[in-house]
Design a protein around this ligand. Structure first.
Ligand code: TYM
Length: 334
């Protein structure tokens, strides 16, 4: 009998994966894979809430799957799949739409932000996005959902929807917990450290892509916005230190050092030395990931085998949940 607790998480194939996605989520997935039974999906259905070019979406879906593996997610140990390959996500998503209130969805900050940045396409999918995300998680009875801080509100609403449903029909869903890494749950833009690092940032100097060349990464870190104080010290909540706080967070996530020990390591040094050390740590951490990614590029058959097997395994678990839910709500069995 498998007594491991279960994890579900995923990322959207809507652009290059950034250091933010990696530190906030994917690195935790890798760290947790030995202790949990894990399902990691490429969330292509979520990504069409913003208009996508079809050929690009297909390519990015495969690229993201490849990135998961390159980052160290072992396809032998984990179930890796593409969301749209498992119809249960849409099926449970619809049911849960009917158990979610407009009022609670309209409070979601991601919806508010995306409605602003995509004012010409505020579609219903963008609004019900968190319900599909709740379905993703609840289908697998996930105990833990490792995500960055920006997704915690969506985990909260998932818990609310599940609790509401269970209140009516009995214990159908497991109530999941979110999981955030100690360092890196919210990596900020290198250029505007009051905003989160984002793959949709029009200024590429604001984010580090996991596919950036080493010299590009070093350049971006060296031109990161800091302050004029010149002291490598972490001050939570101090807006003037946002740039340094962010670089220290990145360095801490890369090296495992605490903020205090980073401060002593760089006492008497200027920001130039500190930035060089951050750049080197990031470059060296990403190098093997990049090499593995390039190696996998030529191996399409291998990737296809992984996502096909993954979808089959995921579907077997997910369909059982849909069947239970259908029965509970009164749908006639076929
Ligand atoms: P997405 O694709 O926007 O991001 C993937 C993961 O990266 C985290 N993240 C960050 N972490 C730290 N700093 C940042 N600057 C940063 N930017 C992004 C996100 O928090 C996320 O964990 N809705 C999800 C995808 C999703 C999902 C799910 C996740 C769909 N269904 C079910 C978990 C469970 C999203 O858009 O992630």
């Amino acid at each position: 009998m498998n007594e491991k607790l279960r994890i579900f998480s995923g990322a959207q194939p809507s652009g290059t994966i950034t250091l933010g996605n990696y530190l906030g989520a994917i690195k935790s997935w890798v760290d947790l894979q030995n202790d949990y039974e894990c399902l990691y999906a490429v969330m292509d259905m979520h990504s069409i809430t913003v208009r996508q070019n079809p050929a690009e979406l297909r390519k990015r879906t495969l690229d993201l799957l490849k990135m998961y593996i390159a980052c160290g997610i072992d396809p032998e140990k984990n179930i890796i799949f593409v969301q749209s390959h498992v119809p249960s996500h849409a099926q449970l998503g619809w049911v849960l739409d009917c158990y979610t209130y407009m009022g609670e969805l309209s409070r979601m900050t991601q919806f508010k932000d995306k409605s602003k940045s995509h004012a010409d396409n505020i579609n219903a999918g963008l609004f019900t996005y968190p319900v599909l995300m709740a379905a993703d998680i609840l289908l697998y009875g996930a105990d833990l959902v490792p995500v960055g801080k920006d997704q915690m509100q969506h985990i909260e609403i998932c818990r609310d929807i599940a609790t509401r449903f269970n209140g009516i029909y009995g214990d159908v869903f497991k109530i999941p917990d979110g999981f955030m890494p100690k360092a890196g749950a919210k990596v900020m833009s290198l250029q505007e450290p009051s905003k989160k690092m984002s793959k949709s940032d029009p200024n590429p100097k604001g984010y580090i892509s996991m596919l950036d060349e080493p010299n590009v990464i070093a350049k971006k870190i060296k031109s990161a916005v800091t302050d004029s104080e010149g002291v490598v010290e972490y001050r939570e909540g101090d807006e003037t230190k946002a740039g340094i706080n962010n670089l220290m967070t990145i360095y801490s996530a890369m090296t495992g050092s605490s903020m205090d020990s980073i401060t002593s390591e760089f006492s008497g040094h200027g920001y130039g030395d500190f930035k060089s050390a951050v750049a080197e740590a990031v470059v060296e951490h990403i190098r093997p990931i990049r090499e593995e990614y390039d190696r996998l590029s030529s191996d399409k058959a291998y990737l296809e085998q992984i996502y096909k097997a993954g979808a089959e395994k995921a579907e077997a678990i997910a369909w059982k949940t849909v069947r239970t839910v259908y029965k509970k709500i009164g749908f006639l069995a076929r």
